[in-house]
Design a protein around this ligand. Structure first.
Ligand code: FMN
Length: 153
């Protein structure tokens, strides 16, 4: 059984919808050998990352950057996981009211430092809320879980 760690910063009803969609995707009925652990960034420890086989991170953009709680996760865990988790399959979605690129750049730089592996390009859900955002996150999460199950990543 592989473990997909879904780290979701979900401070609003819409971002909670995205978290639920990510969980739905990872738990698709055709996926048998992947379990999904869902955590808020502030509850995620380095041990959670060390114990998982892939990470899907969802964050908001606030003030041109990733949410502070998301940054705190990297601040706390970076050096504890950098040696052991090189190559960790990674996916990202960003909920951004009007931009998202500052968050994307910052996380790309951190992920490069960690040597994690992008399973899909970062997904930015920008602008006014659209119900299709949840579908996009569900697809991303399902893709990650299927890739994990099949050993593609
Ligand atoms: C204090 C604050 C700062 C924000 N700054 C940005 C920003 O710099 N760029 C952006 O795209 N959205 C920004 N937003 C919008 C949030 O990204 C958005 O409200 C959040 O992702 C939740 O989405 P929702 O409103 O659909 O629930 C900001 C929101 C708040 C509360």
């Amino acid at each position: 059984m592989k473990t997909l760690l879904l780290i979701s910063h979900a401070p609003s009803p819409n971002t909670q919808r995205l978290r639920d969609a990510a969980l739905r995707g990872a738990c698709h009925e055709d996926i048998d050998n992947v379990r999904c652990v869902v955590k808020a960034p502030q509850d995620t420890t380095a041990d959670d990352i060390l114990a998982c086989d892939a990470v899907l991170l969802g964050t908001t953009e606030n003030l041109g950057y990733m949410a502070g709680l998301t940054k705190d996760l990297f601040d706390r865990c970076y050096y504890s996981v950098i040696e052991e988790k090189q190559g960790l399959p990674f996916g990202l979605y960003i909920r951004a009211g009007h931009d998202g690129t500052g968050t994307q750049r910052a996380i790309e730089s951190i992920v490069t430092g960690l040597r994690w592996r992008w399973v899909q390009p970062p997904l930015i859900l920008r602008g006014e809320w659209q119900d299709d955002f949840a579908n996009q996150v569900e697809e991303l999460s399902m893709y990650l879980a299927v890739s994990l199950e099949n050993g593609i990543v």
